[in-house]
Design a protein around this ligand. Structure first.
Ligand code: NAD
Length: 313
């Protein structure tokens, strides 16, 4: 099973390393406009594997990805300190226009995962380009708010002092400042959050919720301030997405998908909603069941993404 990673920068190389070291796939091909960098990263990752893992990690060109099951796009600029994701749009859209036709031409049967930011708008652009090559909307999606959902679960798990595995809650909408934490949907091992907190005598109020929310939304800024980029978290996310595809898991993640398959979105955009992911890509984008306030904020996020998407033309 081959996975291609386009962009051998911090996110691309860490993702290739994670896939290889976990023995998830048999082949990882790295492509970068800086071919020397891709070769060096492939060599360095390969050096970590020989004793017990049989995964071939190589640098390649687009002709090498014809048999890739999954293509992960990580090429493009990342945020600078203080910069938001939407500010990357013009430059990264140009990069997508260069690479996506090459992917679509060569890896005709692949599932494409967009990671580069602003991920919702770039997923829409990728969908438009790949549609001309026969890709359907369930085979092209963005990582959306999966990383934010992961941060939400672990922060709430820490506060409640429970394994985040038992925390079910979703971050929806833009992967960015307007994202929405769907508190009304949170379940702790099957219990609604307020019931769980009452049973456990744990305080839960608007101030605590606002604090968790600020930490989820602020995580990217704090990490970039401290080390210039985020890449371990997103690599963990990409590992899980590849796992869901390769092992046909039917896992639920908050992925950025086309309105064509998302029942709650009627604007011509991609935005994150809970989706089921299996060997064929997105099998179902779920309808949203939010509180009135969450609904309002979700559609405000839709409007922001729509405006950014319209600016592409
Ligand atoms: P980076 O600068 O370390 O790497 C980007 C790589 O893309 C570079 O190696 C560059 O040479 C390559 N590249 C540029 N143009 C290319 C082209 N035309 N073809 C092939 N390769 C090309 O950046 P990074 O830290 O790895 O971040 C990459 C992207 O991932 C950014 O847009 C960042 O915002 C995004 N990101 C997304 C999430 C998420 O949750 N979706 C999380 C973290 C980072």
């Amino acid at each position: 099973m081959k996975v291609a990673v386009i962009g051998a920068g911090r996110v691309g190389a860490t993702t290739a390393y994670t896939l290889a070291i976990k023995g998830m796939v048999s082949d990882v091909v790295l492509l970068d406009v800086d071919a020397k960098r891709a070769v060096a990263e492939a060599q360095d990752i390969s050096d970590a594997l020989p004793f017990n893992i049989s995964c071939r990690v190589s640098a390649g060109v687009y002709q090498d990805i014809t048999d890739a099951k999954v293509v992960i796009i990580t090429a493009g600029l990342g945020q600078q300190p203080g910069e938001n994701r939407l500010q990357l749009l013009a430059k990264n859209a140009q990069i997508m226009r260069e690479i996506v036709p090459q992917i679509a031409k060569n890896a005709k049967d692949s599932i494409i995962i967009v990671t580069s930011n602003p991920v919702d708008v770039l997923t829409k652009l990728t969908l438009r380009i790949t549609a001309d090559f026969g890709f359907s909307a369930n085979r092209v999606f963005g990582t959306g708010t999966t990383l934010d959902t992961s941060r939400f679960r672990s922060l709430l798990g820490q506060y409640l002092d429970i394994n985040p595995h038992h925390v079910h809650g979703y971050v929806l909408g833009e992967h960015g400042d307007s994202e929405v934490l769907s508190w009304s949907q949170v379940r702790i091992g099957g219990y609604p959050l307020d019931d769980y907190c009452r049973n456990m005598k744990i305080e839960m109020n608007d101030k605590i919720r606002a604090d968790v929310e600020a930490r989820v939304k602020g995580a990217v800024y704090r990490i970039i301030e401290g080390k210039g980029a985020t890449y371990y978290g997103i690599s963990g996310v990409l590992f899980n997405l590849v796992d869901a595809i390769v092992n046909d898991r039917g896992s639920m993640y908050t992925l950025s998908v086309s309105n064509a398959i998302s029942p709650s979105v009627d604007k011509d955009i991609c935005i994150a909603v809970p989706c089921l992911l299996d060997k064929d890509g997105i099998s179902k984008a779920m309808p949203l069941e939010l509180s009135e306030d969450e609904n309002k904020r979700f559609y405000a996020s839709v409007d922001i993404i729509e405006r950014a998407t319209l600016s592409l033309k």
